[in-house]
Design a protein around this ligand. Structure first.
Ligand SMILES: Cc1ncc(COP(=O)(O)O)c(C=O)c1O
Length: 419
């Protein structure tokens, strides 16, 4: 059984250095101010190297990583085929004055692979392309309003932040309308109340927020949304930044049996090489062409070469099927380990992006305690976020994870004999 880690002295020292010169030390989703790393003392804050499904922190501790860099690690860290393609391209060129044909090849591959895609527009981060999707919808429809699903996350641009967040103006979000997930009647009502004014409905393929069980689409929900959007001239945007290529290589809309007008991809395109893509229907191509939208590194060739290799390898391995099978073995094992020790582990969302919650009590404290015991034994889960599968995760890794999880449940139980 794994040795228990007590502290992370080198990680902590590096964090102190970081905090002096970097706002909040490590900001955003990778930082300790993020609620995913509660309790903070259980988590390493800096890593030194990564390979396959593992990373090693600054103190030399090895972890099986179920966060996968929050999604980009889809084949395994340092995948040899993807990195070979990237290194081959580095020898030729990367960020240059004229784009490489690799850009066209990747666009062709996406159009061939993604069911609703007639074209692809590249950028760097997920937020670049969710923003582009909104601008495209507004340009195409000459309408202002956007419907969001409560619990959404589409990035950090002002249009998708909340009205009371620092730095956000009421004007940034005044055209935003909100509806609950899976509530089609409410969506219909909202559209009727704003007849002729709604440019787009934007949603993740299913609700995978933090702090609550993830919710799959109700039967027929997406088909009804599709029909309504078509009837009312509303652009249907699927934000597939997180799920993209993990449920279905043809897009998560294809997985759920409908077609989006615009679909946003990022994390899994190139196994960690930085590229994102907005794909869409032919009728929106001229609207995108008319926008003023670009970035210094958006047309760099190396991530395009990596993306081509990554998508081809995902096809060869049929990663969505692989993820589902591996994830079901893992989560069934985790739930059984919980039950053996008197815990009710609820697993929600699609298996490839499983979300966990111990349901014995409502405060999530027990859950955080169990996550901490797992992390201290070398299994990198986080407390309040969905997890990710990657193709290099072996059956032995899964077995070891379940064994460690059981040990962690026993440790929590010792502190809570009432369970
Ligand atoms: C569903 C979804 N949309 C958009 C984004 C924003 O992507 P990025 O952080 O690459 O800008 C994320 C990032 O986690 C996401 O999960």
């Amino acid at each position: 059984m794994a040795m228990k880690i007590n502290k992370y002295p080198k990680s902590r020292a590096m964090f102190e250095r970081a905090a002096k010169v970097i706002p909040s030390g490590v900001y955003g989703h990778l930082g300790p101010a993020e609620g995913n790393f509660i309790p903070v003392d259980a988590f390493p804050l800096f890593g030194e190297k990564a390979k396959g499904s593992y990373f090693w922190d600054l103190d030399g501790n090895k972890f099986i990583d179920y966060m996968c860099a929050y999604g980009p690690n889809v084949l395994g860290y340092g995948d040899e085929d993807v990195d070979a393609a990237a290194l081959e391209q580095i020898k030729l060129e990367n960020c240059t004055t004229s784009p490489s044909p690799k850009m066209v090849e990747l666009a062709e591959l996406l159009v061939d692979t993604v069911a609703c895609a007639d074209w692809a527009f590249f950028a760097k981060n997920g937020g670049d392309v969710t923003t582009l999707s909104i601008m495209t919808a507004r340009a195409a429809t000459h309408r202002k309003k956007i419907i969001f699903v409560n619990g959404f996350y589409h990035g950090v641009a002002p249009w998708c932040q909340k009205i009371d967040y620092p730095g956000v103006l009421p004007e940034d979000v005044e055209n935003n309308l909100y509806v609950d997930w899976n509530d089609f009647a409410a969506l219909e009502k909202l559209v009727a109340e704003n007849e002729g004014e709604v440019a787009a409905f934007i949603a993740m393929p299913y609700l995978h927020g933090n702090y609550f069980d993830n919710q799959l689409p109700a039967d027929g929900y997406w088909q009804k949304v599709r029909k309504l959007c078509t009837e009312k001239g509303i652009v249907l945007i699927v934000d597939d930044v997180r799920c993209g290529f993990r449920l279905d290589l043809a897009g998560s809309d294809h997985f759920y049996g409908f077609e989006a007008d615009l679909i946003c991809f990022c994390k899994a395109i190139a196994n960690g090489w930085n590229v994102s893509a907005l794909c869409g229907k032919e009728y929106l191509k001229s609207a995108v062409s008319g926008l003023s939208y670009t970035g210094s590194y958006w047309l760099s060739a190396v991530p395009f070469a990596a993306g081509i290799a990554c998508i081809n390898k995902m096809k060869k391995l049929d990663t969505p099927k692989l993820f589902r099978e591996k994830a079901l073995t893992l989560t069934n094992g985790l739930r059984a380990a919980a039950a053996n020790n008197g815990f009710d582990l609820v697993v929600s969302g699609e298996p490839a992006l499983f979300y966990m919650r111990i349901a014995n009590e409502d405060t999530l404290m027990l859950h955080q305690e169990w996550i901490a015991e797992c992390v201290k034994r070398g299994i990198f889960f986080t407390s309040h976020h969905n997890h990710f599968m990657n193709a290099s995760l072996s059956d032995d890794d899964i077995k070891h994870t379940i064994d460690v999880a059981e040990d962690a449940f026993k440790a929590v139980k010792k502190n809570h004999p009432e369970i």
